[in-house]
Structure formats: C-alpha cells, structure tokens
Design a protein. Structure first.
Length: 329
C-alpha cells in the first residue's frame, strides 16, 4: 500500500520530510508553510505541491496522511480538519495548549476512524526501548533523577502561554511522556523555579521538581532553560531499581550510552547506540499504524497527560504548592 503524505509546517517538519523520503511505499504529495520560498524549495526537492496554508493543503491535496508540525496553538484546528477529511494524523508535541484542545483532537480522530499518533519520538529510541523491555526484571523503580535542559530558543510562539508555553511545556513534554511510559501515571508534582535563565521572558522557563507516581516512584527533574547547544552531555537519566541502577547519558534529545550496575553482583555493563533519535522508528511506526499492522504507541491520551504534567509544574512554581494531577481511567 503506497501512502501519500503531506507535511504542514517546515520547521521540524523538514525532518519529517527527510524521514518519509527514506521509507519505501511513501509519496510526499504536499507541503505547506507560510514562508513561500521555503515551501517551494521543499516541494521541488521531493516532487510535491507547495501550499502556504495548512487548511488549503487539506482541502486541495490528495492525501492519506499528514504530519502537523506547526506551533501548538494551530494543532486543534488543523488536526480536526485533517480527521474530518479522513486523513491519518501524526501530530507533533506538545499536543495542544489546553487539555480541552487535546480532548477535541482525540474525539475528532476517534469519530473519523483515523490514526492519531503523537510525535513522542523517544518512545522509538533504542535506549529507552531497551529499558522498557527489561526493567520488569530489575525490581521496582524506587527513585529516578533526570536532567533535561535545552539551549536558548528565540521564537515568540515558543514562549507564548497560549501557544508553546515555553520549554517546560513545548520541550519537556518528551520527558513527561517518557516518564509515564516507564513508570506509569503520575500523582502529584512540587516545583521551584522561575525565569532567571531566560531573561526578558515572563513564562516560567526553568524548574527543579519532584514528581510522585501512583505506583510509588519518586522522580527529581531539572528541566527547561539552562542548557547550551554547544554542550554535548546535556541529557541524563538515572533510574534506581531494587536490584539495579541504570544511567543514560548523551547529547540533548539523543542519549546514546547506557550503563547498568547490578548492586548485588557488583557488575557493570555499558551499551552504546549509534542511532538514538527515535525518528526512523517513529515514522515507520506511523506507516505501520496506517496500514493496520500496529497500534499507536503514543496516543491522544498520552499527549494530554504530558501537557497536564507540564501545566502542573508551572502552577506549582507560581503558587509554591504541590499540585495533584488528574486521574485517568
């Protein structure tokens, strides 16, 4: 089955195009971006038709599926329009600015019977898949520590509370989702932070927080602003299980080294992966879902839960109080 795809938004959407282009059985049929020159350049490279507007693309292009890679404030309108026109949806994170928006997107896709996959690419990354597949053998995860601080971002939509919401929403969504993937649903958060590391921004930009999960695991997380794009060890995960400690380190958003330490045996093992972005796995997984071969591994419910965690962290910073997270069925 050949799948005709379109990509709306050519920021991170450029990466979607590169990955689609590598996959067999995919035709890149359309692209949309308000920057005419950028859209036309991409269209010429991949043999697609260029549009300036995502809704226009959805109305006119012959497509089976679409990647929506625009700022979050536009996600609801575009994703609902895509679903109502019968297109499968790969939606970049964060899912949307509000939980109500997330619900509307999920319901539109459910009603239309189309695939909705959230762009949580870490779920396909080899180190995290390795952890997920083996952690049941390591005992209960008692405590974890994560550092995930990105470099400077100079895009107004990124910081807008009604859009990207700043790094604790737009970018840390990856961590909130991965923690849920590994540890289950969270129960509450308590955070301290501010915007000192992002001068001139009023959005809460950085935080150190504790997250208690329903199963009992406690996580400390340092996230948001404060990293440097030049620093190549800017992401670190340490998970302490009953019988083993696991430490993942590497470049930001692409950890590539895992060290496991069995306490009782006193043994240490190290694994390294050359490709850890999760991009190839995410795109091939989307196509498998479209073809009915797999079920989405990151759903609308996952997108909403990650957003709720980010909103809770910011609320805790502003109030100085712990924040309970919604319980989902």
């Amino acid at each position: 089955m050949d799948v005709r795809v379109g990509v709306i938004g050519l920021g991170i959407g450029e990466r979607h195009l590169e990955e689609y282009h590598r996959l067999p059985g995919v035709t890149i049929a359309a692209v949309a971006d308000p920057r005419t020159e950028r859209g036309e350049r991409a269209a010429a490279r991949y043999g697609a038709v260029a549009y300036r507007d995502g809704l226009e693309l959805l109305q006119q292009a012959e497509l089976d599926a679409v990647s929506i890679c625009t700022p979050p404030a536009s996600h609801r309108e575009l994703a609902v329009a895509a679903a109502e026109s019968g297109r499968h949806v790969l939606l970049e994170k964060p899912m949307a600015p509000t939980p109500a928006d997330c619900d509307a997107i999920s319901e539109a896709c459910r009603r239309a019977g189309v695939v909705l996959l959230l762009g949580f690419k870490k779920r396909g990354a080899s180190p995290f898949r390795y952890l997920k597949e083996r952690q049941d053998d390591w005992g209960f995860p008692r405590v974890a520590q994560v550092r995930y601080q990105l470099g400077p971002v100079d895009k107004d939509w990124f910081w807008d509370e009604a859009d990207g919401g700043g790094p604790l929403i737009e970018n840390t969504a990856h961590v909130f989702d991965m923690l849920r993937y590994l540890l289950g649903d969270a129960e509450r958060v308590y955070a301290e932070g501010g915007s000192a590391l992002a001068p001139g921004r009023t959005t809460v930009a950085e935080a150190v927080c504790t997250i208690r999960f329903q199963a009992g695991t406690v996580v400390s997380l340092a996230a948001g602003a404060g990293g440097s794009w030049a620093y190549d060890q800017s992401e670190r995960w340490v998970l302490n299980y009953d019988g083993l400690n696991a430490e993942l380190v590497g470049p930001f958003d692409a950890v590539n080294s895992l060290r496991t330490m069995k306490r009782a045996a006193g043994t240490v093992e190290t694994r390294w992966w050359a490709e850890t972005s999760g991009w190839p796995e995410e795109m091939s997984h989307f196509l498998a879902c479209i073809r009915g071969e797999e079920q989405p591994r990151a759903t609308g419910a996952d997108g909403k839960a990650a957003l709720e965690m980010g909103l809770a962290v910011k609320q805790s910073v502003r109030t100085g109080l712990p924040v309970e997270l919604p319980r989902h069925q």
